[in-house]
Design a protein. Structure first.
Length: 492
């Protein structure tokens, strides 16, 4: 995976700065509360929502267990349908493949339908270095690109912007990228959408090369699927002469019957709709219909390493619905930029450190970007136990240990700054393994309870300033049990 957003500090510092931005917090609060309320109502319409959620998790787990077989089947199906499959181990290889394919057409411009995989690998920047300009066509992605900004949400990348800010960006920047914004542009949604439509239409009609991602790939037919709400995907997938799709290897499903489950759960979990306004599917190439050259770039970029982790691999189930972001109290206050990754929120906190490793300061901090409240797990349409993976990754950061990196077993060293935590855990483990020591410690704590401070000293003060320290009971449980014969005498 490519590096973190340039110049981004670790999550604690970035989040500390973000929570003081009242405009950002207001934008996030309004948007996330609106989306999650609609999502809850949409999911409640289905009596079998729990069964669909379980089915989605089982389909994903089955596919990941047999990923090698299904990827080979997909390659065979795409090739038989007239497409060409390329395999990319990492971001550099994927960017090189795409740049060479574009240059082979003789074009210097491409249109893109929203793709998190291409954002993950920094494709736009890589193409620009080769003299190729990529135009984002999703409305929110267009706002981010024109504003020289970064995405902050999986579904709504410009969620941190309000209508006034968007109007100013369009008026100031559109002319440098193509058709300028209309004179007298206001911040009404209809006018902003029309300005974007006019700006993008000339690019759709001129572009010879389109670049896409995919929400799903169907192994037995070689079909790729993109779901979106604006129609820009349909334009990118049908008008260009050459189509290049960059897709993570985990996006595969075995059959169309399996796809049916996700076409019910994804729209309701993301946009709170019963079905997506535009669901585009394509299989290879067809004479005189759509692109005549189709290339599929299958991206690994840390996914195989993640698959090797029995606990962490469930992150690869993710269908990028963003439901976990919309219920997360940490994301709502800190915003997406604080995560330093194209994948923000709870899913980003477990996915980014696995794809990129935990060597950098920001990736080592991401597993701690959570209150472990469990709201993310409750709304996940494929039942990813995000809190479980967060705790698992925290253990990796603090203690180090053996992991898989680029297919090789390596031993991670414990991260700096956790020496006191490691010492405390070792001391607790030593005491819990010795019943006599544990009993003595419990009795001592009970007998000195009147002397215990109400707040913690040193670094712990920040924790106890907003929390009550748990009270020590008058006597240990074992002593109470022995004195009351297990409570038989009715003593309290």
């Amino acid at each position: 995976m490519s590096g973190t957003f340039v110049g981004m500090p670790a999550f604690p510092k970035a989040a500390h700065e973000a929570v003081h931005n009242q405009t950002l917090r207001g934008n996030l609060r309004h948007a996330t509360h609106t989306i999650r309320g609609k999502r809850a109502r949409a999911a409640a319409e289905l009596d079998d929502w729990a069964q669909l959620r379980d089915a989605g998790a089982r389909i994903k787990d089955h596919t990941l267990r047999h990923l090698d077989r299904y990827l080979v089947q997909l390659e065979e199906s795409v090739t038989a349908a007239g497409g060409t499959v390329h395999w990319a181990t990492d971001a550099d290889e994927a960017n090189r493949i795409v740049a060479e394919l574009v240059k082979a057409t003789g074009e210097s411009e491409v249109v893109k339908v929203k793709s998190m995989a291409t954002q993950e690998i920094g494709l736009n920047e890589a193409l620009e270095a080769e003299g190729i300009r990529a135009y984002e066509t999703d409305l929110a992605e267009l706002i981010v690109q024109l504003g020289r900004d970064r995405p902050s949400h999986i579904l709504v990348p410009a969620i941190h912007r309000n209508r006034g800010e968007i109007r100013d960006i369009f008026a100031r920047e559109m002319s440098e990228w193509g058709r300028p914004a209309p004179d007298g542009l206001t911040d009404t949604p209809a006018e902003l959408a029309e300005a974007a439509r006019l700006h993008l239409r000339e690019k759709f009609l001129r572009a010879k090369v389109g670049i896409s991602g995919a929400n799903f790939m169907v192994a037995d037919t070689g079909t790729l699927v993109v779901v979106e709400s604006e129609g820009n995907g349909r334009m990118c997938l049908t008008l260009p002469e050459t189509l290049i799709s960059v897709v993570g290897i985990e996006k595969i499903v075995p059959t169309w019957q399996d796809l049916e489950v996700f076409l019910q759960t994804l729209p309701r979990s993301s946009t709170a709709e019963r079905m997506n306004p535009y669901t585009s599917t394509w299989t290879g190439t067809t004479d005189e219909d759509g692109p005549q050259n189709f290339h599929l770039v299958l991206l690994d970029n840390g996914r195989t390493d993640t698959l090797a982790d029995e606990v962490g691999r469930q992150a690869l189930r993710c269908i990028r619905c963003s439901a976990c972001l919309n219920v997360c109290p940490v994301y709502e206050r800190a915003g997406g930029h604080a995560y330093g990754s194209v994948y923000p929120g709870p899913i980003g906190a477990i996915l980014s450190p696995q794809l990129r490793g935990t060597a950098s300061e920001i990736d080592a901090s991401l597993p701690y970007a959570s209150s472990l409240c469990g709201a993310c797990y409750e709304v996940c349409p494929v039942a990813i136990d995000i809190p479980e993976v967060l705790v698992h990754l925290r253990e990796r950061v603090v203690q180090g240990g053996q992991v898989i990196q680029r297919g090789n077993k390596v031993v991670l060293q414990p991260a700096k700054g956790h020496a006191a935590e490691r010492a405390a855990i070792r001391a607790a483990g030593w005491a819990f393994a010795r019943p006599a020591v544990l009993r003595t410690g419990q009795r001592l704590a009970s007998r000195t309870r009147r002397l215990h401070p109400r707040s913690l000293p040193g670094p712990g003060k920040a924790w106890s300033d907003t929390r009550d320290l748990p009270a020590v009971p008058p006597e240990p449980f074992r002593d109470w049990w022995k004195r009351t014969q297990g409570g038989k005498d009715g003593a309290k």
